[in-house]
Unconditional design. Sequence first.
Length: 171
Amino acid sequence: MRVKWTKTQLIQTSEKGFEFHDDLEFTSESFEHLDRLRNLYDVQVDGKGYYDVTEERLTVDLSVSGEMVLPCAITLEDVVVPFDLEATEIFSFHPVEDEEVHVCRKDWIDLNPVIFQLILSEVPLKVVKDDAVYPSGDGWEILSEAEYQRRKGNEIDPRLAKLKEFKFEDQ
């Protein structure tokens, strides 16, 4: 489905505003050039819109939730991460100097690209699968932070090891 309205539809709702709920699906082409996002599932959009006829502006309060599929930073396997975001977006049919306002070039407003950008802003820089098997090789291995701290334990910094030999004189 597409969350899209014409200017005529918005004028008809200008007195009372409107509410909407929709399930969104994104095509595989949406993810072709993205390294950190592989897919989106169960994306639901709820919102309220109010169209101001005099300024020809639409204000939309959005709530978007769903699941994103991301690559594991260690194994590159798929990791499903839920997301839930809220935003207020403003659209105008006339050019404005405010950078926060989306200027519509035609007589309709399409929320899909805006929603996609909002989801992209929620993608974490990296995720690690809970049961990820860390790779290792001849003379090297990747450790989790917890394993590193456990191994580090009581290890003495080699730069300070000579201080153990230092004898203090009693005064």
